[in-house]
Design a protein around this ligand. Sequence first.
Ligand SMILES: NC(=O)c1ccc[n+]([C@@H]2O[C@H](COP(=O)([O-])OP(=O)(O)OC[C@H]3O[C@@H](n4cnc5c(N)ncnc54)[C@H](OP(=O)(O)O)[C@@H]3O)[C@@H](O)[C@H]2O)c1
Length: 238
Amino acid sequence: MTQRTVLVTGASRGVGRAVAEASLRRGDRVVATGRRSSDLEPLAALGDLVPRVLDVGDEAAIMELGLALQKELDHLDTIFNCAGVYSLQSKRWDNRRTSLETVTDEELVHVFRINAVAPMLLTRVLRPLLAASPSGGRVVNLTSLLGSVSVKDTPGDYAYCASKAALNIMTRGLAAELAGDGIICVAVTPGWVRTEMGGAGASLAPEESASRLLATTDSLTRADSGRLIDEHGGDLPW
Ligand SMILES: NC(=O)c1ccc[n+]([C@@H]2O[C@H](COP(=O)([O-])OP(=O)(O)OC[C@H]3O[C@@H](n4cnc5c(N)ncnc54)[C@H](OP(=O)(O)O)[C@@H]3O)[C@@H](O)[C@H]2O)c1
């Protein structure tokens, strides 16, 4: 099989790290991005690594990286938008410290910027490389059940929930806009994963979540574009 070239954000730790590791181990060329090069260096031992420092909250840096990659690569098969934040007050999803009393402009804007805006900007600048993928480019946006509007019945978590709901609807818009380029865009939840965000009591190890994400990504067809997908490959409620 031809080697795939994939880009992973948030490759420093958590689900993004596991996706980068699993992709490298199976022989993919991996553009692994993170905020510190020291976090990425250990990945080089696993395979064909292209490490790139990127703070996804920095629009200029996203554009700079995208333009540099357009010179270095002839195509990109998949972007895994894994970088994410829960809140400014807590890295853990279940601390429930983000209520109406504590939510701020700074919190809402920061969480939206990382979780929803960054995947859009990356997709915009990497569109030509995705369109050049011989197998059809894929944009895999990591979302959450907490972004499902129809099941939201808990208080608080305004920034995180709304940012993932925004990411979901933008993914549908991207699916429609990029269909002509043969690019498949989906929002997929990694499940409840034992990372800094998911906590130690979560049900899935990062490696198991990554393995499911890769299986789902590999199985995507054009008919799947615009879907909101759960950790088993089924449909997540909108
Ligand atoms: N864990 C779960 O149970 C769960 C459930 C549903 C959805 N998700 C989603 O899955 C994705 C991965 O979550 P996770 O559990 O792996 O989270 P995590 O363990 O908290 O890791 C977050 C990742 O995002 C990166 N990141 C945060 N801000 C960044 C920025 N400004 N620029 C670049 N990278 C940044 C972190 O990098 P640093 O090391 O530099 O901070 C880290 O690599 C997220 O989108 C999350 O919302 C997770």
